[in-house]
Design a protein. Structure first.
Length: 276
């Protein structure tokens, strides 16, 4: 085989079974505009912005096999690494969209190291930023107005206890918050989008996103957004509580949340210094 064909085959192998697909990553805390972002981006038929993705969990679970007795008894690293190398391309191979934006805490230090080893091409990450107090106020409004919300299922006496659980090391916010902090070590591969800018200067911010993606701008609609659906699948909010991912009618805009005034003082003292 001549050198050009060999190189072509090697490039195809490095890109898995989907050499024409482009894969990006989205890092953000919950209640930071993830659903809004996905609804807008998914108007473009060539783009799929995912819900919370399990791809990183697949890679981590496979990697943990290296700690099992079965593996340690016969340490075939190469074969298992071959599987780890193709997780993303295999997972998305039947998706019709050309561009995938995979949401997950890829910038957590351990996740990032796995990605460096097993994602066989440079990757870029969109990072959504929202003031942490606004995130917690949004949580408070959601679980107060929706009795089935998961914080209401916990054995908590008050808002301080509920928000403390959300903010603990294994909570809904902490991992994504740590991933955002760690992303600043790799700013050259990240594009940062502030929530307030996304909802007040939407077209301008999404044009910047497309520039980062290296794609021509799509004429998006920023009014009466569709609920998020990807390839016919939608959120099942019975799992976490009703209306967790519901988008409301009307234009994209910033809305004052009165729950910002109700955040317990000890929560504010502990986390109020965290700003982006």
């Amino acid at each position: 085989m001549d050198r050009s064909k060999l190189q072509k085959n090697q490039n195809y192998q490095d890109l898995g079974q989907n050499p024409s697909k482009k894969l990006f990553f989205l890092v953000a805390m919950p209640r930071s505009g993830n659903t809004l972002f996905a609804s807008i981006m998914n108007q473009n038929p060539e783009i799929a912005a995912t819900a919370n993705s399990i791809t990183l969990e697949i890679i981590k679970d496979l990697f943990l096999l290296k700690q099992t007795d079965v593996f340690l008894n016969f340490q075939d690293h190469k074969s298992l690494d071959n599987v780890l190398d193709i997780v993303f391309d295999t997972y998305y191979k039947d998706w019709p969209q050309r561009i995938i934006i995979d949401r997950g805490p890829v910038m957590l230090d351990g996740n990032f190291k796995l990605m460096q080893k097993h994602f066989k091409r440079p990757f870029k990450c969109i990072v959504l930023l929202r003031d942490l107090m606004d995130v917690l106020a949004s949580y408070m409004q959601w679980y107060t107005e929706n009795p089935s919300a998961f914080p209401n299922r916990l054995n908590c006496k008050n808002d301080e206890e509920k928000l403390s659980i959300i903010m603990n090391k294994e909570g809904a916010v902490a991992k994504d918050l740590e991933a955002i902090k760690n992303s600043y070590n790799y700013k050259d591969m990240c594009h940062y989008v502030k929530y307030d800018d996304m909802v007040t200067n939407s077209e301008q911010e999404f044009k910047k996103i497309y520039e980062f993606l290296g794609e021509p701008y799509f004429n998006h609609r920023f009014n009466n957004l569709d609920q998020v659906s990807v390839n016919g699948l939608s959120y099942d909010d019975k799992i976490v509580g009703s209306n967790m991912h519901k988008l409301f009618d009307g234009p994209v805009r910033k809305v004052y949340n009165p729950y910002i005034e109700k955040i317990p003082e000890r929560i504010r003292q502990k986390y109020g210094h965290i700003r982006f």
